[in-house]
Design a protein. Structure first.
Length: 165
């Protein structure tokens, strides 16, 4: 996410390409073009957060601390043949598959498993390895506050569903 970059737009679903000159260019915005739910409905606007509509100096954005890891996009991974991009929405907790050439979704988002007790599953990481997609999830134990409920899990995508291993 590029936040408070001076354009007045919330970029929670944006995926950028960075040129060799160092300039980021919007490649695809999943939230607006594809309709992926990245949590825009729960994110206060720049104005509501009291931030300047400028990137000319530092700002303190306390409203965002509680939303870190809960809205926007997680990790992004590209298949070995460079035709498919995989990304996790932190808000709806789904893995999305995107055709790189057409910049369109392949199918629908696949819900990431929730193996957690005493808290919430927080998917973030994605890896493509030897033709398989893997998603990493942590259990945050926010409700129970028990160390025993803090866990990390990795799932492999097999067809249209996930398998624990």
């Amino acid at each position: 996410m590029i936040d408070n970059d001076g354009n007045g737009v919330e970029d929670l679903g944006a995926i950028y390409i960075k040129t060799t000159a160092g300039t980021p260019t919007l490649w695809l915005d999943l939230a607006t073009v594809q309709g992926v739910d990245v949590g825009l409905s729960v994110m206060p606007t720049i104005i509501d957060r009291g931030l300047p509509n400028s990137n000319m100096g530092p700002s303190y954005d306390s409203a965002m601390f509680a939303l870190v890891g809960k809205i926007g996009l997680g990790d992004i991974e590209i298949s070995d043949d460079n035709t498919t991009l995989y990304v996790v929405s932190l808000y709806d907790k789904k893995l999305y598959t995107i055709d790189i050439a057409s910049k369109t979704l392949i199918g629908v988002g696949i819900p990431v498993p929730d193996p957690c007790s005493g808290g919430f599953a927080r998917p973030f990481s994605v890896t493509y390895h030897r033709g398989k997609v893997y998603v990493g999830i942590i259990c945050d134990a926010i409700t129970s506050q028990l160390e025993s409920d803090l866990k990390a899990n990795v799932y492999r995508l097999d067809g249209g569903s996930f398998t624990s291993f």
